[in-house]
Design a protein around this ligand. Structure first.
Ligand code: PEP
Ligand code: MG
Length: 898
C-alpha cells in the first residue's frame, strides 16, 4: 500500500519530490540530531490524489491518526488536551520554494476548552490568549477564507482603545476580549462557529494547504518560474514551540553567510517575544541577529554552531528559521538559500577554498545567466534618482538617454551623436532601426516575450517593457508618469533593465568590473583586484579546463573580432558578409543589380573586390592563427535597394514635376522585379550565388587574395568559406566547383598554397534530412538554427514573436521562445540526426552552430550533448558560452556518462 505520511525521522534532504523542500530538510535536520520539534509530513502524492479526485486518499485519515498518536505519545500530551494541550503547526512545503505563495496555520489544537490549560502549563495567561487569537486569525483567513483585514481592524481597534502601539502591550484580558471579537467575525462571515474540535481544525488546515496549490497567486508564480503545475505540495505537521512566551523567547531568520557578498558572518534578524510571521511581517522592529549574543548567549552560541554544521553538511549557504522558547533553541526550517549573482560566484570559490566542494561542483553552483547579469553596466547605487515608473525587467543593463518616441528620430538623433532611449507603447519590426540606434528601449505594454523584449535581448540592449503606469503618447511625443510628471521628447531618462525601474534624468552608471576584467583592463591577479573578479576568473579557468566544446564568435569586422578574442573566442564561427555591401558600397551593389551587360556587371564586381579584400585582411589579422568562417552573401538583394514605397513616391513626385530621373526609374523596375512576398523563402543564400553570375566568385577571390596577403605578411590565416541556405548537395557542388577554380587561380597568381576549407550551413530541414549527401561536398557543417527554427516551425522570425508568442507562452505551448532556446524535440532532433549522418559520411566533418542559440545556456548544454565541436555567438556572450560549456562537461564527469 502506498505510504502517504512520513515521520521527520524517516525522510532526508534528497526526497524533495515526495516530502517537499521543507519536509525533506526538516527530516535531514532531525537526522543530524539538531533540535527540531517532532512532527511528520503528508506527501505530495497525497496532495496529487486530492487535486485529481477532489478528495483525500481514503487511507490518509488512519495514517495521519497513527502518526499523530505516536507524536502525542512522544510529547506526553494529546492534541488539544484540555489541561495540557499539544499544539501543532500545519505548513505547506512544495518541491520548489514558492515564497509566500501558500499557507501556514500555527497553534492548531487550541480551543475554548484548552486555552486555560495552556495558560496554566505555561504559567502565562497572556501567552495562551495571544496564541488563541493568532489561531483564529490565521485559520479564519487561510482556511475559512475570511477577509484578513477584518481581523487586523479588530486588532488595531483593541490597541487604539488601550492607547498602545504594539501588540505586546495588550494584556491577557485584552486578548481574551479580542478572541471573542475574532470568533464573532468568523461566525458572521462564514455562518458557522470557529471549530472547537482539534482534529477537525487540523484536517481542515491540511485541506486548505492542498487547495492553496491551485490558488491564483501560486499558479501565477509557477508560470513565471516555470514550475510544473502538477507537482502538488506536501504538508508538514510539527509540534509547536513558542517564541511568544515572554522576553526569554523569540523567533528569527538567518543566513549562514551574506547572501549579497558571500562573506561569512552573522546575518539575520531576531524578534523577541514573537511568533512565526512576525519577523518578516515587519510589525515590530527586529534586531540584528548579532544582538542575540547579549540577550541569550547560550542560544546564540548554539545557533552559530548549528549554522556551521548546516553549512558543512549542505556544503552551501543555508537560510534558516528558528525559535527560542524560554531559552531553548529550536530549528524550524532550513534550505539552501537564494543569493545574488555576485555572491554565487564568490561563495562557489570560497567553498572550494574551504575544501567543502571541488571545482566541478563549483561550476554547478553558478550559471551563465548569473554571469550575464554581472556583465551589464549598472547604475551607481549611491546616486540619487527619481523613480517615475516600474515595468518588467526585460533585458538587463543600465541605459541613459534622451527620450524619443519614434524610430526615425532615434536614428536621426543618434547619428548626430546623441544617446537616446526609444519609448513606444509597444514596438514592431518597423522600429528595428530605432532600437538599434537607441541605448535602451522602454515600452508601456507587453511582457517578457513582447517584440521589444525579445529583440532587445537578442541585441544585448537594455529594455524595460510593460511599464503600464507610464502613459505614452507618441503623437504628442511625450510620456506621463503617475503624479503628473511629464517627459517630453529630448528629456533625459534612465532605465534599468535588470530591475525594471525607470528614472527621470541621468542616473550615473558604473561599468561592470567583470567586463573590465574580460576586456583585459582589470587583472584578477592584482593585489587590489575586486573579490568578484577574482572569483569569476577562477570559475572561468575551471570551465575552460574541463569543457570540450570550443567557443567562437559571430563577428563581421576586426574590432568585434579583437573584442571576441579578448573575451576568449577561439575563432570566428560566422562572419556575415552582408555588412560589407552597405554604406557607401550600396551604390556598387545597385550597379551590380542594374547591370544590363556582362561588362557593366564585371565592373561593379571589380569595384567591390578590393574593398572586400581589405575587410578580410583586417579580419584575418585580428584572428590570426584561429579559424575564421566567412559566409558568402545571404540576404535577398532587395535589402540593398531603396524601400519600394519611398522610391515609388520619389519617382511619382519627379514625374509630376516632369523631372524623372533615369536611374531612379531603372531602380524602381529592379525593386519591383526583386520584390517577393516571402523574401526569407525567396532569392537568397546559395540561390543568389547560382543566379547572379560572378557574385560568389568575387567574394571567394577576395577571401583567397586576403589569405594570400596575410601569408605573405607571415600571418597564419585559417579560413573556412561557408555557403548559406543550401537545401541540396547539387547546389553546393556547383558553387564548390566554381570556388575551387577561383581559389586555384588565386593560388597560382599569388604563388601561395592556401588551404581554404569549404563547407555549408545546415539551416533548412531538407539540408538536415539529406545531411549524409551534403557531407560529400562539405568539409564542415554550421547549423544555422535561426533559419532552421523558422523553417521547421514555419514561423517568420521577424513577424511571429511580436504577434502571437505571448499567447503561446500563456497557453503553455512552449515555455520559452524557440528562437531563444533550442527546441530540442523538433529543431534539436534534426541537428542531432544531421550531425550523425554527416559524420557517418565524413568522420572528420567539423560541426558547429552559429544561430543565436550558440550563446544560450540551455542550448549550449544540448550542443555539448549531441557532440558538436563548437558553438559560435556574439562576442558579448562568449564568456557565458564558455562557462556553460564547462558546466555541461563537468556534469558529464559527475554523472559518469562520458
Ligand atoms: C541562422 O540562420 O542561424 C544564421 C546564423 O543565419 P542568419 O541569422 O544570418 O540568417
Ligand atoms: Mg540563416
Amino acid at each position: 500500500m502506498q505510504k502517504f505520511v512520513y515521520d521527520f525521522t524517516e525522510g532526508n534532504k534528497d526526497r524533495k519530490d515526495l516530502l517537499g523542500g521543507k519536509g525533506a530538510n526538516l527530516a535531514e535536520m532531525t537526522n543530524l540530531e539538531l533540535p527540531v520539534p517532532p512532527g511528520f509530513t503528508i506527501t505530495t502524492e497525497a496532495c496529487k490524489v486530492y487535486l485529481e479526485s477532489g478528495a483525500e486518499p481514503p487511507a490518509l485519515r488512519d495514517e495521519v491518526s497513527a502518526h499523530l498518536e505516536a507524536l502525542e505519545k512522544g510529547m506526553g500530551k494529546k492534541l488539544g488536551q484540555a489541561d495540557d494541550p499539544l499544539l501543532v503547526s500545519v505548513r505547506s512545503g512544495a518541491k520548489f520554494s514558492m515564497p509566500g505563495m501558500m499557507d501556514t496555520v500555527l497553534n492548531i489544537g487550541l480551543s475554548d476548552a484548552s486555552v486555560a490549560g495552556l495558560a496554566a502549563q505555561a504559567g502565562n495567561e497572556r501567552f495562551a490568549w495571544d496564541s488563541y487569537r493568532r489561531l483564529i486569525q490565521m485559520f479564519g483567513k487561510t482556511v475559512l477564507g475570511v477577509d484578513g483585514d477584518l481581523f487586523e481592524d479588530a486588532l488595531e481597534q483593541a490597541k487604539r482603545a488601550k492607547g498602545v502601539h504594539d501588540d505586546v502591550d495588550l494584556d491577557a484580558g485584552d486578548l481574551q476580549a479580542l478572541v471573542d471579537r475574532f470568533k464573532a467575525v468568523v461566525a458572521k462571515e462564514t455562518g458557522r462557529d470557529f471549530p472547537q474540535d482539534p482534529r477537525e481544525q487540523m484536517d481542515m488546515a491540511v485541506r486548505a494547504v492542498f487547495d492553496s496549490w491551485n490558488g491564483e497567486r501560486a499558479k501565477l508564480y509557477r508560470r513565471q518560474e516555470r514550475i510544473p503545475g502538477d507537482l502538488g505540495t506536501a504538508v508538514n505537521i510539527c509540534s509547536m514551540v513558542f517564541g511568544n512566551l515572554g522576553s526569554d523567547s523569540g523567533t528569527g531568520v538567518a543566513f549562514t553567510r551574506d547572501p549579497a557578498t558571500g562573506h561569512q558572518g552573522v546575518y539575520g534578524d531576531y524578534l523577541c517575544n514573537a511568533q512565526g510571521e512576525d519577523v518578516v511581517a515587519g510589525i515590530r522592529n527586529t534586531v540584528p541577529l548579532a544582538e542575540l549574543e547579549q540577550l541569550d548567549k547560550t542560544s546564540y552560541d548554539q545557533l552559530l554552531q548549528i549554522m556551521e554544521t548546516l553549512e558543512t553538511h549542505y556544503k552551501d549557504l543555508c537560510d534558516i528559521e528558528f525559535t527560542i522558547e524560554r531559552g531553548k533553541l529550536w530549528m524550524l526550517q532550513t534550505r539552501v538559500g537564494k543569493r545574488t549573482a555576485a555572491a554565487a560566484f564568490r561563495i562557489a570559490t570560497q567553498l572550494v577554498d574551504q575544501g567543502l566542494i571541488d571545482e566541478a561542483e563549483a561550476l554547478q553552483r553558478v550559471s551563465g545567466a548569473q554571469l550575464a547579469q554581472l556583465m551589464f553596466p549598472r547604475f551607481d547605487e549611491k546616486a540619487k534618482a527619481q523613480r517615475i515608473g516600474w515595468g518588467i525587467a526585460a533585458s538587463p543593463g543600465a541605459a541613459v538617454g534622451k527620450a524619443v518616441f519614434d524610430s526615425y528620430t532615434a536614428v536621426k538623433w543618434s547619428r548626430s551623436g546623441e544617446q537616446v532611449i526609444l519609448i513606444r507603447r509597444e514596438t514592431n519590426p518597423d522600429d528595428l532601426n530605432g532600437m538599434i540606434a537607441a541605448e535602451g528601449i522602454l515600452t508601456s505594454r507587453g511582457g517578457k516575450t513582447s517584440h521589444a523584449a525579445v529583440v532587445a535581448r537578442g541585441m544585448g540592449k537594455t529594455c524595460v517593457c510593460g511599464a503600464e503606469e507610464l502613459e505614452v503618447d507618441t503623437k504628442r511625443r511625450r510620456m506621463t508618469a503617475p503624479g503628473g510628471v511629464v517627459v517630453e521628447e529630448g528629456d533625459l531618462v534612465s532605465i534599468d533593465g535588470s530591475s525594471g525601474k525607470v528614472y527621470l534624468g541621468r542616473v550615473p552608471v558604473v561599468p561592470s568590473p567583470v567586463v573590465e576584467y574580460f576586456e583585459g583592463r582589470m587583472h584578477a591577479g592584482a593585489d587590489d583586484a575586486d573579490e568578484l573578479v577574482k572569483a569569476v576568473h577562477r570559475i572561468m579557468a575551471y570551465a575552460d579546463r574541463v569543457r570540450r566544446l570550443r567557443v567562437r564568435a559571430n563577428a563581421d569586422n576586426a574590432e568585434d573580432a579583437a573584442r571576441a578574442r579578448r573575451f576568449g573566442a577561439q575563432g570566428i564561427g560566422l562572419c556575415r558578409t552582408e555588412h560589407m555591401f552597405l554604406g557607401e558600397r550600396r551604390e556598387l551593389v545597385e550597379r551590380l543589380i542594374l547591370a544590363d551587360t556582362d561588362s557593366e556587371r564585371d565592373e561593379a564586381l571589380a569595384a567591390l573586390l578590393p574593398l572586400q579584400r581589405a575587410d578580410f585582411v583586417e579580419l584575418f589579422e585580428a584572428m590570426d592563427g584561429l579559424p575564421v568562417t566567412v559566409r558568402l552573401l545571404d540576404p535577398p538583394l532587395h535589402e540593398f535597394l531603396p524601400d519600394i514605397t519611398e522610391l515609388s513616391v520619389r519617382v511619382a513626385l519627379a514625374e509630376a514635376r516632369k523631372d524623372a530621373n533615369e536611374n531612379d526609374l531603372r531602380l524602381l523596375q529592379a525593386v519591383h522585379k526583386l520584390h517577393e512576398q516571402n523574401p526569407m523563402l525567396g532569392l537568397r543564400g546559395v540561390r543568389l550565388g547560382l543566379v547572379i553570375p560572378g557574385l560568389f566568385a568575387m567574394q571567394v577571390r577576395a577571401i583567397a587574395e586576403a589569405a594570400a596577403e596575410r601569408r605573405k605578411a607571415k600571418g597564419d590565416p585559417r579560413v573556412e568559406i561557408m555557403i548559406p541556405l543550401v537545401g541540396t548537395v547539387q547546389e553546393l557542388e556547383i558553387v564548390r566547383e566554381e570556388a575551387e577554380s577561383v581559389i586555384a587561380e588565386a593560388e597560382a597568381a599569388t604563388g601561395t598554397k592556401l588551404d581554404l576549407a569549404l563547407g555549408t550551413m545546415i539551416e533548412l530541414p531538407r539540408a538536415a534530412l539529406t545531411a549524409a549527401q551534403i557531407a560529400e561536398a562539405a568539409e564542415f557543417f554550421s547549423f544555422g538554427t535561426n533559419d532552421l527554427t523558422q523553417t521547421v516551425w514555419g514561423f517568420s522570425r521577424d513577424d511571429v514573436e511580436a504577434s502571437f508568442f505571448t499567447a503561446y507562452l500563456e497557453k503553455g505551448i512552449f515555455g520559452v521562445s524557440p528562437f531563444e532556446t533550442i527546441d530540442k524535440d523538433g529543431v534539436g532532433s534534426l541537428v542531432r540526426s544531421a550531425a550523425e549522418a554527416g559524420r557517418a559520411t565524413r568522420p572528420d566533418l567539423k560541426l558547429g552552430v552559429c544561430g543565436e542559440h550558440g550563446g544560450d545556456p540551455e542550448s549550449v548544454h544540448f550542443f555539448h550533448e549531441v557532440g558538436l565541436d563548437y558553438v559560435s555567438c556574439s562576442p558579448f556572450r562568449i564568456p557565458v558560452a564558455r562557462l556553460e560549456a564547462g558546466r555541461a562537461a563537468a556534469q558529464d564527469h559527475s554523472s559518469g556518462s562520458r
